[in-house]
Design a protein around this ligand. Sequence first.
Ligand code: GRF
Length: 213
Amino acid sequence: MIVAAVLISGTGSNLQAILDAIAAGRLDARVALVVSNRPDAAGLARAARAGVPTRVIEHGGFPSREAFDAAVVEALRAAQVELVVLAGFDRLVSRVLLAAFPQRVLNIHPALLPAFPGLHAQRQAAAYGVKIAGATVHFVDDQVDHGPIIVQGAVAIDPDDGEEAVRRRILEVEHVIYPLAIQLLAEGRVEVVGRHVRVRGARPQPRPPLIHW
Ligand code: GRF
């Protein structure tokens, strides 16, 4: 069992997927705290519905990124959190958070990194005309959308898929791979060597390649 906090800024559908996976017995974790930097984040109600404590820490109330992160770290420590899960959290994190939880901060990005880092990844993928898109769960390091990759999931994209369709397809895969990545960590199977993440133990059989036109 791993004790996690989930940091959100908005809808919280990934938070919901994590809570659902726990409820279904697919994820051996406890969400001890949900932190939002925005008081109107819809994900806060999802947490409350699941009986998970919430904290709103508004970034605007702090003089610097580091001061904001220090307040977040204090809340996470008080909740005895082992793993920090960024799920639609719209602030860049500083060394203050990373140093407090070394190799224990995860992020999900809605693209197959290193393609389309940064904002509006789904819009970029739709505009580029890619045939295959996807999502990436990775450790957070001091560069944006950059740390070692734990799990990626891919989806086929059709030429008629606009940004919204791409977003929807990618979200579906996000909701599968985020709980999966956390479960691998909860099982203690994840080893990081430089940029490479090795997962010990049984894995699904190799699948046929995803080919799409
Ligand atoms: C997801 O697309 C995630 O990849 C990105 O922000 C979005 C959050 O969605 N980082 P939700 O709040 O989990 O619904």
